[in-house]
Write a protein that binds this ligand. Structure first.
Ligand code: 13P
Ligand code: SF4
Length: 326
């Protein structure tokens, strides 16, 4: 029975019973309920460590599409839960806190995006995965930062394209593919905050450090990168490359896996423009805590719902992405 208090809060507000071994209980419930825990690299280290699968947005969607679990607990933000639900309509998909939204997805309301699409007839609509299900329902093909270049390159050279919502990723893809996609003017509040000046100051103090940048960062930051890529691509690069130090310009949660994989290397979080705040943390991802994960499994709530009409439309562009990134 879902308590009104929980609905108001967006998560189960029950305290975890005193003396509970949270980790052991989470694993026990997963086994009992045939549940799988998926986590994004931006969640807290403890969440990543208890998850069955940790990945970037592309890998999380690919994993959801092939899981045989009855319940998927998506430790990430709301659009990631929606993507899983759209791909697995018969499974229960849980996100431990419904307040875990995404500023980038929110920068693209479906009604306005629909008008934008209408204003550009005969354009193929490409949407970044960081969008609501309603925006995906207006989309021809979804991309992630891990496959955007590959998917855009696979389209005919003269194809007219509308790209939303991230203007930074869109500009980056335009610059490397030579396309002139029409861009929606959206951005992520975390990636927009990285400061070129402060990154260069850090680089001056660590001249041998390589700079790793997520393409949601602004153009001038992307320009100084030794490697631009999705979270998974940056992680892979840091493992295969021979530098000893890295400046990492993406949400700082990724440092957990980087450091775990290469304890001998040094990973420095790129500084945001405001040194007084933890702006290189995604406040939405950090809403996912062990307590909420425990309660979410225990009460099987909050559950992600996507109405059938929207899901039936949205699944086509997600499947097209999965097909094109094989
Ligand atoms: P990735 O697809 O690179 O994991 O990025 C997701 C995201 O939200 C970036 O801010
Ligand atoms: Fe969304 Fe930005 Fe958080 Fe990624 S880091 S989930 S784009 S708000």
């Amino acid at each position: 029975m879902v308590d009104n208090k929980w609905k108001e809060a967006g998560y189960v507000t029950e305290p975890v019973p005193a003396g509970t071994d949270i980790k052991a209980e989470i694993r026990r419930m997963c086994k009992e309920k045939n549940a799988v825990i998926m986590a994004h690299y931006y969640t807290d280290g403890a969440i990543q460590d208890i998850a069955d699968f940790v990945g970037d947005s592309l890998a999380l969607a690919q994993q959801a599409a092939k899981t045989d679990a009855d319940i998927i607990v998506m430790c990430g933000v709301h659009f990631m839960g929606e993507t899983n639900k759209i791909l697995c309509p018969d499974k229960k998909v849980l996100v431990p806190d419904l307040n875990a939204t995404c500023s980038l997805a929110e920068s693209c309301p479906a009604k306005e995006f629909g008008e934008f699409v209408k204003a550009h007839p005969e354009h193929t609509v490409i949407s970044y995965v960081n969008t609501t299900a309603a925006v995906k329902a207006l989309t021809d093909v979804v991309v992630t930062s891990g496959n955007a270049m590959q998917i855009v390159n696979a389209l005919p050279k003269d194809e007219k394209i509308v790209f939303g919502p991230d203007r930074n990723l869109g500009n980056y893809i335009n610059s490397i593919t030579g396309r002139q996609m029409v861009l929606w003017d959206g951005a992520c509040h975390v990636h927009e905050k990285f400061s070129l000046e402060r990154i260069l100051e850090l680089k001056a103090a660590h001249p041998d450090a390589k700079i790793l940048v997520h393409p949601e960062c602004k153009g001038p930051v992307v320009k100084v990168a030794d490697k631009v890529g999705s979270t998974a691509a940056l992680l892979k690069f840091s493992q295969e490359d021979d530098a000893k130090e890295y400046i990492v310009a993406t949400e700082s949660g990724i440092l957990h896996k980087m450091q775990q994989a290469c304890p001998e290397k040094t990973f420095l979080p790129a500084p945001p423009d405001d040194s007084t705040c933890a702006c290189n943390e995604c406040n939405y991802m950090k809403l996912i805590t062990m307590e909420k994960l425990y309660n979410c499994l225990r009460y099987e709530w909050p559950e992600i719902e996507v109405d059938k009409e929207t899901a039936d439309k949205a699944v086509k562009c997600i499947n097209r992405m999965l097909e094109m990134s094989k």
